[in-house]
Design a protein around this ligand. Structure first.
Ligand SMILES: N[C@@H](CCC(=O)NCCCC(=O)O)C(=O)O
Length: 243
């Protein structure tokens, strides 16, 4: 039985009718990895979120705008563009409940930054403004390659991609600053920016700053989705999916 993978959506209120949406390459990547994607709407009620997650075997946290800096005790930088407040509330409940339920999670870009903040970490609100990097991290034009990333050999990520160095795209102006509780940084760019992390004492929680769903023609990036699906299948067989 293919595992069901929940995918959180982005959210806009432009015009008259609010709408949720996500990019097709996220769901295509789950399908190619032999999972069943299920798009998740804005839900601000914890019990409803728990009931939704009970129907799912794993969770994919997608990209988006910026995590409100008030969540990590900072004033908003002029370059910070926050997600819609309803998405912020919905995503925070989703992540907290999914982690309480020990659901396998792959978190991408904004999704990874969100997990870091939920676990008590913080972000660099705008990399160029703090002058900590000579690398272009917000390279929206180049979907396929922006920079190399070095991976820690004794990490779950290394076991997934099976190499110490990968090429990634890069579409972010923020970065992990303080790591959240239980997180371990597992990949960096040459400028020291954290590009991936994993959560100890959790069946599978990997966060990546790049967008592997846009590079699945490369086996190392497709492997991230296959690993999420495999972990989710194991999760559902373990019986822990029933509360
Ligand atoms: N706060 C982050 C957001 C980066 C991000 O998720 N970008 C992609 C959005 C669209 C998509 O899902 O592809 C930052 O550092 O900019």
């Amino acid at each position: 039985m293919k595992p069901i993978i929940g995918i959180n959506c982005d959210y806009e209120e432009e015009g008259k009718r609010p709408y949720s949406f996500t990019y097709r390459d996220y769901s295509d990547a789950i399908i190619a990895a032999q999972g069943i994607p299920l798009l998740l709407p804005i839900v601000k009620d914890k019990n409803t979120v728990r009931l939704l997650l009970e129907k799912m075997d794993g969770l994919l946290l997608t990209g988006g705008n910026d995590v409100p800096p008030q969540r990590y005790g900072e004033e908003q930088h002029k370059k910070t563009i926050c997600v819609h407040p309803d998405k912020d509330i919905s995503d925070n409940i989703l992540v907290r409940v999914a982690m309480q339920m020990k659901k396998p999670i792959l978190a991408i870009c904004y999704g990874a930054q969100l997990v870091n903040v939920v676990l008590g970490g913080s972000l660099v609100q705008d990399i160029p403004s703090v002058g900590i990097s000579t690398i272009i991290h917000k390279d929206s034009q180049n979907v396929h390659y922006s920079h190399p990333v070095a991976i820690e050999r004794d990490s779950l990520l290394y076991q997934i991609v099976e190499t110490e160095r990968i090429e990634t795209n890069s579409v972010h102006h923020q970065a992990i600053n303080k790591l959240g509780k239980g997180l371990r940084a597992t990949a960096h760019t040459q400028d020291g920016i954290t590009e991936a992390f994993e959560l100890k004492d959790h069946p599978f929680l990997v966060g990546v700053q790049w967008h592997p769903e846009r590079m699945t023609e490369h086996p190392c990036h497709a492997a991230l989705f296959r690993s999420l699906v495999t972990a989710s299948k194991q999760y559902s067989h373990s019986g822990t999916n029933v509360i």
